[in-house]
Ligand binder design. Structure first.
Ligand code: DC
Length: 226
């Protein structure tokens, strides 16, 4: 009998969590869930409804949570997130939506709304979920927890290249500033701040190639499921 487990992957923004999580899910034959995409989808809904981040805006957002339906669909180029039935994958990947997602993710009720959905997805095990609070809040009982890190400069450079590849014209200093600001907010918020679970395996990929990192993580996974 194959031992199917829950793999929780946490870490800073742009440290390659989703690349690792997707590749590991494929290797294991597990379901992949990108929880950052769920916070981004809520942020996109807010933007489209003219809601920003302020006390009164937050009240308006909470009043509308029941109208926000998030899903995932498989497409030829991978898993995409849907918002009320519409594929919004490319719309959620902008710097602006990322910033608003980081802000609205500090709201307790928004977190409770999404965490409940994430926990329901883990019912059958055989899942790889990435985010900020997966090993600490969503699945504290996960059999394998990975905490990915890389230096802010390395992550800003990766994000910069990603944005360029999409046809944007980013400014590196601006991307680095946004990276540091997002790190600060993600680790200092009152609600479920990003932190390493005590039993997490730390992987610093600043100086690893993708292949080296993947082999390392597959070895860890194989040991955990043996
Ligand atoms: O991983 P990402 O950059 O797509 O996530 C967008 C924002 O969502 C990030 O700034 C923090 C927040 N987030 C969170 O608070 N908890 C999660 N489990 C995933 C993301």
């Amino acid at each position: 009998m194959v031992n199917r487990i829950i793999v929780a992957i946490d870490g800073y923004s742009s440290c390659g969590k989703s690349t690792v999580a997707k590749a590991l899910a494929k290797y294991a034959g597990y379901t992949y869930v990108d929880t950052g995409a769920m916070y981004r989808a809520v942020a996109l809904y807010a933007r489209q409804a003219g809601i920003g981040y302020s006390e009164s805006d937050n009240g308006a957002l909470l009043a509308q949570l029941g109208n926000i339906h998030i899903g995932f669909v498989q497409t030829p180029d991978g898993q995409h997130v849907t918002l009320n039935g519409e594929d919004v994958e490319s719309q959620i990947r902008t710097l602006e939506v990322g910033e608003l997602a980081s802000q609205i993710s500090t709201i307790k009720e928004v977190r409770a709304f999404l965490v409940a959905q994430q926990q329901a997805m883990g019912g059958e095990k055989g899942i790889v979920m990435d985010g900020r609070d997966i090993g600490t809040v969503v699945f504290p009982q996960a059999e394998l927890k990975l905490f990915l890190t890389a230096s802010p400069e390395v992550r800003a450079k990766r994000r910069f290249l990603e944005l360029q590849a999409k046809g944007d014209n980013p400014d590196y200093e601006e991307v680095l500033r946004a990276t540091n600001e997002r790190d600060y907010r993600d680790t200092h918020r009152a609600e479920s701040p990003l932190r390493q679970a005590e039993d997490a395996v730390v992987v610093d990929n600043s100086h690893m190639t993708r292949e080296e990192q993947m082999q390392h993580i597959i070895d860890i996974f194989d040991r955990a499921t043996r």
